[in-house]
Design a protein around this ligand. Sequence first.
Ligand code: CA
Ligand code: ZN
Length: 303
Amino acid sequence: MVFKLAKSTPVYNFSKYHHPSITVENGSTIEIETYDCYEDQIQSTDSTYESLDWDKVNPTTGPIFVRGAERGDILVVTIDAIELSDQGVMSVSPGKGVLGDQIEKFETKIIPIRNNKAIFDERLEIPLNPMVGVIGVAPYADPVSNGTPGSHGGNMDNKMITTGTTLYFPVATDGALFALGDLHAAMGDGEVSVTGIEIAGKVTVTFDIIKQVALANPLLETVDKIATIASARTLDEAVKISVADMAKLLQGKINLSFSELTMLFSAVGQTEICQVVDPLMTARFVLPKWVLASYGVESFLGE
Ligand code: CA
Ligand code: ZN
């Protein structure tokens, strides 16, 4: 059976103090409905900056208590499906995003979704790359606003977080308290305007738990790649953490010296930008799985 969780009671931060919206067994599949990042407040270009309730941004649906998840475990989340609504929205604001110094006023753009394309205007249809912007678990320390990414996940705006991807999060509190929101119909690396094509929808995920394996930051796995994900004040720091995390993950599993492992990373690893517009910057370091297979590494987590 597939559980369903409606978007009716959104939350605005990741916190171990939240009361769960629903409790599910490990192994459960759940369809999670989400608002867009403006909590569906922008339905036409009549919306003004003043007409929006800015306390209602980046809502997530959850948190979900996954029975059996405890501090020190890893919550494994596989994205089975992403279903988008039929209309997305983008915006720009003065001072926000990479070109915010050149933006004079708040503007929005409504973008219909038809036949698996985002209709940008009468000349341009953009192929969709549906993805989940905000996804994670409760952090161990203070609550973290849904707008900020971190070692708990959160607003990573990582376009690899899409259908078929499996994520690994460090569990900090009983039940993990998983939540997600901020779907994008399409987004480019960097998210330079501060918005992807923001859209409401439904995400179906399946949970698993790996008991008592240490993980500093989120990881993801696709059919042919693994990636470490790190967020920091600067992109430089985020890159360094993501590469160092990959080294930590594979040292002792790939039988190479640290120097050789570093050379291997430099030869076949991709440093990629997730986003450069949130309170912390997010980078990922991506390795193809055939490298792991060549060294006989079957599982990159645990012993
Ligand atoms: Ca976002
Ligand atoms: Zn977004």
